[in-house]
Design a binder for this molecule. Sequence first.
Ligand code: C2E
Ligand code: C2E
Ligand code: C2E
Length: 91
Amino acid sequence: GGAAEPPPKLVLDLERLAHVPAEKAGPLQRYAATIQSQRGDYNGKVLSIRQDDLRTLAVIYDQSPSVLTEQLISWGVLGADARRAVQTDDN
Ligand code: C2E
Ligand code: C2E
Ligand code: C2E
């Protein structure tokens, strides 16, 4: 896409996330639960997160944002369009 396109929304699939083994998904599960708690948003099947949160999660997972995004797509936690959130950045 062109540079003027807005980034895609990062929408976590919380049902998928709950089914990823905690040994892999634990940090993300805790991060998402914290955001839900801060917002008082407990009943959603999905959770929209900030672009900045993906960068923070990449630090937590000690991976580049693009590698982490591929991992989350492979788990079904993010949609494939989330790739565009990191493609335009220099990671
Ligand atoms: P905050 O960052 O000071 O945001 C205060 C309020 O501004 C939020 O209350 C929300 O009503 C609104 N707000 C801020 N940024 C956005 C945005 O990008 N989209 C929308 N729709 N509203 C926005 P809320 O939701 O009760 O959140 C309270 C606090 O919880 C936030 O204070 C922030 O510290 C934290 N928080 C909530 N959601 C997230 C998140 O997705 N990522 C991060 N890093 N922190 C979050
Ligand atoms: P959308 O962003 O495409 O979201 C579609 C539906 O996904 C939402 O329907 C809601 O059921 C779910 N959803 C998305 N993100 C979250 C989340 O972080 N938590 C929870 N619990 N559910 C989420 P809903 O609520 O009827 O909203 C319909 C549309 O209204 C949204 O479409 C969006 O275009 C707009 N909207 C709702 N809340 C906000 C907001 O905080 N900021 C902005 N900019 N638009 C919003
Ligand atoms: P959204 O509400 O449609 O917001 C889209 C973008 O507008 C945000 O992308 C952010 O760049 C900007 N924006 C919206 N409201 C605010 C605000 O109060 N303060 C600032 N500084 N910027 C704002 P971003 O950050 O990537 O967030 C993506 C989506 O994640 C938001 O879409 C919203 O659905 C959700 N979100 C992020 N932070 C919060 C929050 O604090 N509370 C809630 N309820 N939702 C949030």
